[in-house]
Design a protein around this ligand. Structure first.
Ligand SMILES: NC(=O)c1ccc[n+]([C@@H]2O[C@H](COP(=O)([O-])OP(=O)(O)OC[C@H]3O[C@@H](n4cnc5c(N)ncnc54)[C@H](O)[C@@H]3O)[C@@H](O)[C@H]2O)c1
Length: 353
C-alpha cells in the first residue's frame, strides 16, 4: 500500500517523542527517515523504527543524547556519538563541519559510536546544499559481520557505506554518489524478505559459499554473507571504510576482539571541503556543467528504461514520484511499525492513514 509522506512523518515523529526524544531530535530523525523513503532507500526509512524500538528497550540507543566534542582544532573535528541517534549526530556534526570548512577551506570530522547514521547521502546533500564538496567513509561496530571479502565466503565486514557529493551548479541537482559497499544494503534484504521477493541477480553467498538471490539467507541460521560490489575493488573500498572510519574516529574496527551486542553502531570519517578555497567558482560551475552534458550525451541503447543518470538523479526522480503518489510500504513492514508504535502507547486511531 502507498502512504503519504505526511502520514509517514507523523507516525515517525509520534514514535520518537513517545519513546523519549524531544521535539527537535524527533524532527531531525523523522525527516531523515522519511527522506530516505522518498529517495527510494526504504531500507533506511521509517521501517527502521522497529529495530530502534528494540535498541531503546535495551539501552543500546539513547534518545536526547547529542554528540560531544573530543577535539576541535578548526580543520579537525572529532566527536563522540554516545550511542545517541546517528541521524542527529550526523546532522549536527555536518553543520559544525560546514561552518569550519567555510573558515579553513576544509574540515575533516569524525563521529565515533553513534547509533545508526541512516542514509549517508543525507549528509552529502546537506554539505552540497551549503556549497561544499564532501567525502564520507563509514563502518559498523557491534553488529555481526555481513559482507564477505573478495574470494572469502564468511562475512568479515559491515556493509560500510561510502559517499561523495558535490554541489548543484547547473540546476540538475547535486552529484550524490552514496552506496553500501555490498551489492545491496542489508536493509534491502529485510525489505525484500518481508515483501516475499528475491533479487534479480545473486547478491548473497550461502553458508556453503554459493551465490544466491534469496534474501532469506541473511535472516536464517546459519546465515550467509552479502557479496561486496565489483569484486576486489568493492571489497577493497569496504576495507578502506573499515580503516578510515574505524581508526581515525577512534571507534574501532570490526575485528573480533571487540564486543558485539547485535546493534548497529556507526563510525564516520568525513571531509567537508569548500571548493572556493581551491578553484574559481565560475570556472568550477562551467566545468561541472560541461562534464555533466558530455557524460549524459553518451547514447543510451534504451533511453526510456535505462537513461544515463548522474549519481543522485534517480533519487530525485523517485522523490518527485513518491511525493506526488505516496511511498509503497509492504504490509509486513507496516505491521512491524504499527506494533512498536502501539507498544509505545500510541493510540491505534493515530496510526490510520
Ligand atoms: N548507516 C549504515 O551503516 C549504512 C550501511 C549501508 C548502507 N547505508 C545506506 O544505504 C543506502 C542504500 O545503499 P545501496 O548500496 O543500496 O544504494 P544503491 O545500490 O541504490 O546505489 C545508490 C547510488 O547509486 C546511484 N545510482 C543508482 N542507480 C543509478 C543509475 N541507474 N545510474 C547512475 N547512478 C545510479 C544513486 O544515485 C546513488 O548514488 C545508502 O544511502 C547508504 O548510505 C547505510
Amino acid at each position: 500500500m502507498r502512504y503519504s509522506k505526511e502520514f509517514l512523518r507523523a507516525v515517525a515523529q509520534r514514535f520518537l517523542t513517545a519513546t523519549g526524544s524531544d521535539e527537535a531530535e524527533a524532527r531531525i530523525v523523522a525527516d531523515h527517515m522519511v527522506l530516505a523513503n522518498l529517495r527510494g532507500h526504504d531500507s533506511h526509512g521509517i521501517g527502521m523504527i522497529a529495530m530502534y524500538a528494540d535498541y531503546l528497550k535495551t539501552g543500546r540507543l539513547r534518545p536526547n543524547t547529542p554528540p560531544t566534542v573530543l577535539k576541535d582544532t578548526g580543520a579537525l573535528l572529532q566527536l563522540q556519538g554516545n550511542l545517541g541517534y546517528g541521524q542527529r549526530a550526523g546532522y549536527e556534526a555536518t553543520e559544525m563541519a560546514i561552518e569550519r570548512a567555510r573558515k579553513h577551506g576544509l574540515c575533516m570530522y569524525t563521529i565515533a559510536n553513534c547509533c545508526h547514521l541512516g542514509r549517508i547521502g543525507t549528509y552529502g546533500e546537506q554539505a552540497a546544499a551549503a556549497g561544499m564538496v564532501s567525502v564520507h567513509f563509514v563502518n559498523v561496530n557491534q553488529f555481526r559481520p555481513l559482507v564477505a571479502p573478495y574470494c572469502g565466503s564468511e562475512a568479515r565486514f559491515g556493509t560500510n557505506p561510502f559517499c561523495c557529493a558535490l554541489p548543484d551548479v547547473d540546476g540538475r541537482g547535486p552529484f550524490v554518489l552514496d552506496f553500501a559497499t555490498s551489492i545491496v544494503a542489508m536493509g534491502k534484504t529485510r525489505v525484500a524478505m518481508l515483501a516475499g521477493k528475491t533479487f534479480d541477480e545473486p547478491v548473497i553467498l550461502t553458508p556453503e559459499g554459493q551465490p544466491t538471490a534469496d534474501p532469506r539467507y541473511m535472516w536464517q541460521e546459519p546465515t550467509g554473507a552479502l557479496m561486496a560490489f565489483a569484486k576486489h575493488k568493492g571489497s577493497g573500498l569496504c576495507w578502506a571504510c573499515e580503516l578510515m572510519a574505524g581508526i581515525l574516529s577512534g571507534g574501532g574496527t570490526i575485528q573480533p576482539e571487540h564486543e558485539r551486542d547485535g546493534s548497529i553502531v556507526n563510525n564516520m570519517t568525513a571531509f567537508v571541503i569548500d571548493p572556493k578555497a581551491l578553484c574559481n567558482p565560475e570556472w568550477m560551475a562551467h566545468e561541472i556543467a560541461a562534464l555533466n552534458d558530455y557524460v549524459k550525451s553518451s547514447p543510451a541503447p534504451d533511453p526510456e528504461n535505462h537513461p544515463v543518470l548522474m549519481p543522485g538523479e534517480i533519487e530525485r526522480l523517485r522523490t518527485a514520484d513518491r511525493s506526488a503518489h505516496g511511498v509503497e510500504i509492504s504490509d509486513g513492514e507496516m505491521a512491524a511499525v504499527r506494533r512498536v508504535c502501539l507498544d509505545a502507547g500510541i493510540p491505534a486511531s493515530e496510526l490510520e492513514p
